[in-house]
Design a protein around this ligand. Sequence first.
Ligand code: SF4
Length: 314
Amino acid sequence: MSSSSPRQILDAIIDSWWGSRPQATSGPSFASDPEADKLVKENLFAFLLAASIDRGGNAFALWNIPYRLKQEWGHLDPDRIQVLAPEVLAADPVIAHAPSQISRYQLANTIISLAQVVQTQYGGSPERMLEGSVSDIMDSVQRVFGIGPNIARMIIIQRILYFGLEPERRGRLLPKLDVHVQRVLGCAGLVSAATDESVGQLLADRSMRDVAVIDQACWDIGRRYCRPNNPKCEQCPLAHCCPKIGVASSENGRGPGAEREPRQARKRNRPTFVITTCLPPGVTPEEARKRCVDALAAALAEARARRSDDGASP
Ligand code: SF4
């Protein structure tokens, strides 16, 4: 088992990104459609629109949406978008059929809110939302309905790495703690639970650019190698220093290396409780409570008996 220090593991994470980044020549792809990709790279409002609705779902398809809307409307003007009615935008086929895990009403409200914030608070200039320190930018973008700390961090990190943003001070920049980043930081033994506090302490002496790179590298490692089931440790760029290579990675046993009961067996073994709460007329609350307690006790006893039977089976 590796005895690498946290500093060495963090350096390995950073090196993995610099060594493998696909954007070395042509830049990263945000959208699956090349024209949509071009738009979000050239137009900051389009970029912010795509980032603000990237909250679960097919990210590459979601980043096509600014281009699709521009094609349909003939513009992507925040001054005209801000007056749209949410229900009208939610019914637009581009939004109604968006491959998102959030509802079309939330998507519509976020897009309209972004346009309103840009117009009313930043004079129609989305560039002004990204001025000042990290804390200033976090506050600016979180004025938009639906944007929380993680999306705000994602916006800042991508603008730093791919668009040359240089906030005045680091402030409270942390990686976007999504499932991939949390899993890799945990598997690599860098934190026992990836919270703002623990990750903030871990990265306290790192530069903004290092934090941004660590975010992107962990996301990539988590997506490609450090999967919850069947992790590809032998191909992982952290294999030489990860203390949990090939072993269970998290406190609850969920993660690379953890033994899991097959899905069908879990379903079969799940106890079923049926408690009847329909009481005849005239039953006092005290009697009703007693019947509920008795029914629950009986169900628990039955479940225990069933479990001990299962344990005795070959
Ligand atoms: S894939 Fe394996 S080696 Fe890589 S971080 Fe996860 S547990 Fe460690």
